[in-house]
Design a protein around this ligand. Structure first.
Ligand SMILES: Nc1ncnc2c1ncn2[C@@H]1O[C@H](COP(=O)(O)OP(=O)(O)O)[C@@H](O)[C@H]1O
Ligand SMILES: [Mg+2]
Length: 262
């Protein structure tokens, strides 16, 4: 059995003449919190869109949990345990925090019309289960005081926590986080980091996360993959990354001194 939960080989995506992802190959180890960094426009989000079935690739393969999932649509990947969050949170602003979590799980009996009209015992029991699961997730994320608040009224950071919470409503194996820490204040960023670590340790989630904040990355991720111009420039520990000449040059230009990459 492979130690990699994700294996990407020679993946490319062209937009017209532009290769947003270009012959990119990388692996994500099962159980890791793998970081992805890279300058703006280096193809990070496009890579996630390809993995998560939000975009069709031009060439190459994506293997998830020993299964070729290249170009499989996102809803199918969702039920296989591959989830992603978006750079911009996708909450339902007119639903409460609790309701936002309760609408996540698929295949609910209540979604079938006849069963909605004649609410069966099965539907009621499922709803009770889903609600108690949602309350568990809310507690895990320290959002209990906001259970009944409309999601639209949450701060940016709280929305990111809710986004992470949505991945906890199903049995996720691999979660792709696209800049989940961006625009989040220091206190909430700490909460996010704690939640990610806890999910990794206690629930066995593997994470692959795009981030810009090197402190946040250093505290969570190993290894860190650096992307440039659509493919992998370097891979190593956060410390290796900060000291690597190629990486420094890529961010700051030739002849620059070693500095925090932010
Ligand atoms: N839907 C699209 N159509 C055309 N070009 C795109 C599209 N999405 C991304 N790009 C281009 O692909 C490149 C990589 O973008 P992106 O994956 O968003 O980079 P990153 O997330 O690393 O900032 C950029 O040059 C961007 O303008
Ligand atoms: Mg991006």
């Amino acid at each position: 059995m492979s130690q990699n939960i994700l294996e990407i080989k020679n993946l490319s995506k062209f937009f017209g003449g532009l290769a947003a992802v270009s012959n990119c190959s990388l692996n994500v180890k099962k159980g890791s919190i793998t970081g992805i960094i890279g300058p703006n426009g280096s193809g990070k989000t496009t890579l996630f869109n390809l993995i998560a079935g939000n975009l069709k690739s031009s060439s190459g393969t994506v293997v998830f949990d020993a299964e070729d999932i290249t170009d499989i649509p996102s809803y199918e990947l969702f039920s296989k345990g591959l989830l992603r969050t978006f750079q911009i949170a996708h909450e339902f602003s007119n639903l409460t925090v609790l309701e936002n979590l309760m609408v996540v799980p698929g295949n609910q009996s209540g979604e079938k019309l006849m069963k909605v009209l004649f609410k069966s015992k099965q539907v009621v029991e499922e709803e009770i289960l889903i609600e108690s699961k949602a309350r568990e997730v809310i507690e895990f994320l320290n959002l209990t005081h906001l259970s009944n608040e409309l999601a639209g009224n949450l701060s940016g950071g709280q929305k990111k926590l809710l986004e992470l919470g949505r991945t906890m409503m199903v049995d996720a194996k691999l979660v792709l986080l696209d800049e989940v820490g961006a625009g989040v204040n220091r206190t909430l960023l700490k909460d996010l980091g704690i939640a990610i670590k806890k999910l990794n340790k206690e629930k066995g989630y593997t994470f692959c996360m795009i981030e810009h904040d090197m402190d946040f990355i250093s505290s969570l991720c190993d290894p860190v993959i650096v992307m440039a111009e659509g493919s992998v420039l370097f891979e190593g520990s956060a410390d290796n990354v900060k000291q690597n000449e190629k990486v420094i040059e890529c961010y700051l230009g030739r002849g620059s001194k070693m500095q925090d990459i932010k």
